[in-house]
Design a protein. Structure first.
Length: 116
């Protein structure tokens, strides 16, 4: 059974730099692309960042230069280092395992709330 478990969210001050983690189990982690999405209250879920199995990374324009996605294949974990957080970054952040354009598995999400 595949599980993705996010951690590292919480209440953060404006300008803060938390790091989110997503631990995967039940799957050969190193062969999959991994991504982060987020969903703010009243809004649709949106793409944040992706890291392919070969280490190539892609970012949404609104996080370029502020967020960094990385992975540790020996720990079956993908990370999202966030910096210069703004109140508009407040959202539930979801980890996803992808295959091509398809989302194969979702995590349950971790809440990030940025206080101004």
């Amino acid at each position: 059974q595949v599980q993705l478990v996010e951690s590292g969210g919480g209440l953060v001050q404006d300008g803060g730099s938390p790091r989110l983690s997503c631990a995967a189990s039940g799957v050969t982690f190193s062969t999959y692309d991994m991504a982060w999405f987020r969903q703010a209250p009243g809004k649709e879920r949106e793409f944040v960042a992706r890291i392919n199995w070969n280490g190539n990374t892609y970012y949404a324009d609104f996080v370029k230069g502020r967020f960094t996605i990385s992975r540790g294949n020996t720990k079956n974990t993908v990370y999202l280092q966030m910096s210069s957080l703004k109140p508009e970054d407040t959202a539930v952040y979801y980890c996803a395992m992808t295959s091509g354009a398809a989302i194969k598995y979702w995590g349950r999400g971790t809440q990030v709330a940025v206080s101004s």
